[in-house]
Design a protein around this ligand. Structure first.
Ligand SMILES: [Ca+2]
Ligand SMILES: [Ca+2]
Ligand SMILES: [Ca+2]
Ligand SMILES: [Ca+2]
Length: 238
C-alpha cells in the first residue's frame, strides 16, 4: 500500500508535467528530427524544460543549424538574451545562415560571447550567468520564456539527447545537448515547430522556482503519506 500511494503521487506529478507540454501539429517536426539523425523522440511527450539556460562548466557550447522550413528562412535570426534585459542579446545565426551553419557560445560568469564558425566574435555582459534563447522574425521576436512573447504563445520546444538517441552530424547525440525547435509565426501560425531547428550543447536547463516549489510539494506529499501510513501501521501492531 505504501508503495502504491507513492507511485500514484509520482504518476500524478508526471501527468501534470506532461499536461503542460506544447502541442505540435503534423509530422514534419518528427520527420526533421529523424532526418537530422535524432532517434526515439516523441515530439509531444519528450519535451524538456526549456525556458532558462546556462552553459555547463566547460564554458563553451556549440550550435548547429539543423533545419528551417519557413517562408522567413532568410530573415530569422537566433541567439541568446539576458534574462534581466531582453534587449541585451547576442546573435549566433542571422537570416542568411542556413542548414549546416555552425556557431559557438562561450561564457565566464556573466560575460557571454557568440561567434559564427570562423566569423567575428561579439560579447556582452549579462545580468546573471543564465540566459534565454530568442528567435527574431519579421513578425516579432520570440523568447524561450513563454510569458515574454507578445502573443502569449509558446514558440520553442526542446529535446535532449542521451543513450539511444541517434547520431547527429557524425557524433552521438548525448545528454546536455538539446535540439531547440521553433514556431516563427505570431499567434502560433501552423504550430509545426519546424521553422527553425538548432542543436545546442553542452547546456543545462534551469528549473523555474514555481516548478521546483511544486515538485517540492509533491515530495512533501509523498513524505507525509508514507509517514502517516507508517505511524498507523505501528499502532495497528501494538
Ligand atoms: Ca536562415
Ligand atoms: Ca517552450
Ligand atoms: Ca510554423
Ligand atoms: Ca514550417
Amino acid at each position: 500500500m505504501k508503495k502504491l500511494s507513492t507511485l500514484a503521487l509520482i504518476a500524478a506529478l508526471g501527468a501534470w508535467t506532461s499536461a503542460s507540454a506544447t502541442i505540435i501539429q503534423g509530422t514534419s517536426l518528427s520527420d526533421q528530427l529523424y532526418a537530422a539523425g535524432a532517434r526515439n523522440i516523441n515530439v509531444n511527450t519528450d519535451q524538456a524544460l526549456d525556458e532558462k539556460w546556462q552553459v555547463t562548466a566547460t564554458g563553451f557550447a556549440g550550435a548547429r543549424l539543423l533545419f528551417e522550413l519557413a517562408g522567413f528562412a532568410n530573415e530569422n535570426a537566433f541567439g541568446v538574451y539576458d534574462l534581466t534585459n531582453t534587449s541585451n542579446r547576442l546573435t549566433i545565426f542571422s537570416g542568411p545562415n542556413g542548414v549546416g551553419a555552425r556557431g559557438l557560445l562561450a561564457n565566464e560568469g556573466n560575460e557571454f560571447c557568440a561567434q559564427l564558425w570562423m566569423g567575428a566574435t561579439s560579447c556582452s555582459t549579462f545580468g546573471s550567468s543564465f540566459f534565454g534563447f530568442f528567435l527574431q522574425t519579421p513578425g516579432g521576436t520570440f523568447y524561450s520564456q513563454e510569458h515574454l512573447n507578445a502573443d502569449n504563445e509558446d514558440h520553442m520546444v526542446a529535446f535532449e539527447g542521451g543513450e539511444h538517441h541517434g547520431t547527429i552530424a557524425g557524433r552521438p547525440w548525448v545528454e546536455n545537448e538539446f535540439i531547440l525547435a521553433w514556431e516563427d509565426l505570431f499567434g502560433g501560425g501552423d504550430r509545426d515547430f519546424d521553422d527553425f531547428g538548432v542543436l545546442v550543447g553542452p547546456i543545462l536547463a534551469i528549473a523555474e522556482p514555481a516548478t521546483l516549489a511544486l515538485f517540492g510539494l509533491g515530495l512533501l506529499g509523498v513524505f507525509y503519506f508514507t509517514r502517516r501510513r507508517r505511524v498507523r501501521f505501528t499502532w495497528a501492531k501494538n
